[in-house]
Design a protein around this ligand. Structure first.
Ligand code: HEM
Length: 183
């Protein structure tokens, strides 16, 4: 009998977001480097801002789906303290996946800059133009960026440990992104 898995929509949205977040982070880090080629910098900024906004929409969808579809139980071999740390780190990831795009949005819009897809859709800025607000949002965005890199390192490390070393069925709760049975 196979171990219980996350539902197919949960697995698919997990891997789509994982891919986009793992592209958004290096784009954000590179685009702020001084002396970068102007064309490359613009491309990275446009990519980062617009994928970042899409990630906010995806995390709202994901959280709504997750509320109605609880996580499948962990294998009995996982000690309680590890399960608690995993739960806390997943909550931290959700909090950061919301904080980062919201702070990024406020930093850009309060700073008076464009977000191309939202502007093309005619969506007006939800925040006033304010350099002070933009500066606060920039600090929050930076701090949350550092935090998500740290939590993701632990998350990916734990996933690889379960998937490659322990092979205890934890990794196959979230893999493959499509197909396979899920709850
Ligand atoms: C999950 C989504 C996001 C992640 C993981 C993320 C991550 C990051 C990271 C790691 C940096 C580099 C920070 C630094 O070294 O200074 C950065 C910078 C930046 N991000 Fe994001 N970001 C996200 C969403 C967004 C969104 C939605 C926007 C705006 C629409 C945005 C706008 C910016 C801007 C303007 C910077 C440059 C920092 C500055 O000078 O203000 N980000 N981001």
């Amino acid at each position: 009998m196979s171990e219980p898995r996350y539902s197919m929509p949960s697995r698919l949205i997990h891997w789509v977001m994982a891919l986009l977040i793992l592209l958004t982070i290096p784009a954000g880090m590179v685009m702020v480097q001084p002396g970068l080629d102007r064309g490359l910098q613009n491309t990275l900024f446009i990519f980062h801002k617009n994928i970042g906004v899409a990630l906010l929409a995806l995390v709202v969808l994901r959280a709504a789906w997750r509320l109605g579809h609880p996580a499948p139980p962990l294998p009995a071999t996982v000690p309680g303290w590890q399960a608690r740390i995993a739960g806390l780190s997943h909550m931290a990831l959700y909090a950061l996946m919301v904080t980062l795009p919201v702070a990024g949005y406020v930093r850009v819009k309060a700073g008076g800059f464009p977000i191309e897809t939202l502007d093309a859709l005619g969506i007006p800025s939800l925040v006033p133009r304010s350099d002070a607000l933009a500066e606060v949002a920039k600090t929050i965005h930076y701090g949350a960026g550092l935090a998500i890199v740290a939590v993701l390192a632990a998350h990916i490390g734990a996933a690889l440990f379960h998937g490659i070393v322990k092979r205890d069925g934890v990794f196959s709760r979230i893999w493959p992104p499509v197909g396979g049975k899920g709850r």
